[in-house]
Design a protein around this ligand. Sequence first.
Ligand code: NAG
Ligand code: NAG
Ligand code: NAG
Ligand code: NAG
Ligand code: NAG
Ligand code: NAG
Ligand code: NAG
Length: 496
Amino acid sequence: MCLQIWHIVSASLLVSSSEDDYFRCESVVRNWADASSERGIKEDELTLKDILFFLHVPRTGGRTYFHCFLRKIYTSAQECPRSYDKLRFDPSKPNCRLVVTHDDYSLMSKLPKDMTSVVTILRDPVDRVFSTYEFSVEVAARFLVHPNLTSVAQMSRRIRPKSRAVSTLDIWPWKYLVPWMRGDLFARRDARELGRLRKTEEFSSPYDMEDMVMPLHEFINDPIAHDIIHNGATFQVAGLTNNSYAVESHHVRSCVRKHPELGHFVLEVAKHRLDHMLYVGLTEEHRKSATMFAKLVGAQVLSQSEALNSTFKQETSNQTEPSSSFSDSEADGLNQIEGSTNNQSDSEVPSSTHVEPARENMTVGRLMEIYETCISSLRKTQASRRTLSLKRVAPANFSKKARLSVPATILQQIQYLNSLDVELYKHAQNIFIRQEKHIMQSAEIFIQPEDLQTADCGGSYGCPPWKSLLVIALLAIVVLIMLFLSTGRRTNKVKK
Ligand SMILES: *[C@@H]1O[C@H](CO)[C@@H](O)[C@H](O)[C@H]1NC(C)=O
Ligand SMILES: *[C@@H]1O[C@H](CO)[C@@H](O)[C@H](O)[C@H]1NC(C)=O
Ligand SMILES: *[C@@H]1O[C@H](CO)[C@@H](O)[C@H](O)[C@H]1NC(C)=O
Ligand SMILES: *[C@@H]1O[C@H](CO)[C@@H](O)[C@H](O)[C@H]1NC(C)=O
Ligand SMILES: *[C@@H]1O[C@H](CO)[C@@H](O)[C@H](O)[C@H]1NC(C)=O
Ligand SMILES: *[C@@H]1O[C@H](CO)[C@@H](O)[C@H](O)[C@H]1NC(C)=O
Ligand SMILES: *[C@@H]1O[C@H](CO)[C@@H](O)[C@H](O)[C@H]1NC(C)=O
């Protein structure tokens, strides 16, 4: 039903727009695409350059990479200024080497291109939309401790100037999504009270509880979602978000919105960009992605910093354990209201200070151990904050299992609205396989025994099948050679 309506709507849009407009738009988009897919600079794509640009697509798990990998191997002195806290930042800090942000690819125009390696993580588009919805509700629900929106505004005026830390609310796309959802949650406040009294909704889908929260189908059909969520990964990698640095981006965006069949130009640019990245991870393949990140990126950061060792030798001392490192305080002031003594924040934003990494003797295997400890503590914190926050909209509660209650038509609609992202994700899956092969090949040349033990085959990391195969193959070759030698000797003896 919804899909059909959508088809009719987009068809009528097409009819109403003149042919002229279409051809003008086509040339705008085509010109942009040609200019964006610059050729050349092919060599050394797998070598880490001076600057690492982590293009963080929202809700792909990039935050854990930032806290649990990058902050373990980069010092705060190496982090480019205000990466993350303001999207439109000025990378003026000399010699900074790490840029982590929700900014789109057009940020490259501010960075020395030949000296910058880009990495990113992609996620199945349907899951990403679910996660965006859930996170918007989660963050917005925290404000329900306030009696009304006036009081929210007063509080943030009081807290913000004092706090140097960054709030989720400063960050694209949350700076749009959270206030929108927050306003909606306050508007539904009375309905929620009544709904709770009636208790009739206990067993219905949490994604469709009109009395409690904006239902998912309403969320995905809002113009804001069209602006910044749907096909968001493709637009971000292409450098065409509504937060872009590129002057022509607004024009190209509006053309593609008006004429969805021009979307393939954007998709091709995004694919091309992924092809040239140092690393592409997949949220779904979490373990493999993390191991691959440690090997493809982590190892290079470590050897790079060894070369630079003398510069920041002094920074490697005075180390405490990882879990305390995400003490970014949240500027929305909720911790204060709740009388909580913990300053931990669930915002997506790291603050500018952190526990300095001990990179002495750091190996890929050790990095993976640190990552594991860090991520499990990060997840615990996130889960408890989420539970606490969602209590305020109970009985609405989100979980993987509850997602099964969402009707197939809505899932199809999400896929349809994200058809570019669906294609981009498939492309990323192919790149992922290629990266795996590459690691396998370099491992054959250069097997690090300690990696075999600590990173891949030890503890919670299952031994990847290819490594066992490699060992078996090597053993087989050795056995064959020995057989050959001994038969050779025997025949020699017989001849004598
Ligand atoms: C909002 O809450 C504040 C603090 O409780 C109260 O003083 C104010 O009157 C409320 N405003 C409205 C419009 O209800
Ligand atoms: C980006 O999209 C949001 C949500 O629709 C909108 O509020 C905001 O004004 C847009 N920003 C720009 C620069 O167009
Ligand atoms: C590290 O800690 C020691 C004492 O534990 C202190 O003397 C030293 O100044 C600290 N170094 C830095 C860089 O903070
Ligand atoms: C929280 O931060 C405040 C200042 O921002 C500080 O005074 C307080 O000690 C911190 N509490 C904890 C538990 O770290
Ligand atoms: C760092 O450099 C110093 C000499 O400046 C050297 O003694 C030390 O072993 C180096 N450390 C690492 C981890 O390379
Ligand atoms: C690092 O390795 C050196 C020798 O290779 C050793 O003396 C030192 O204790 C190690 N440091 C740590 C923190 O393990
Ligand atoms: C919501 O679900 C989570 C598990 O998915 C559970 O831990 C939590 O207690 C639930 N919250 C409420 C308010 O029922």
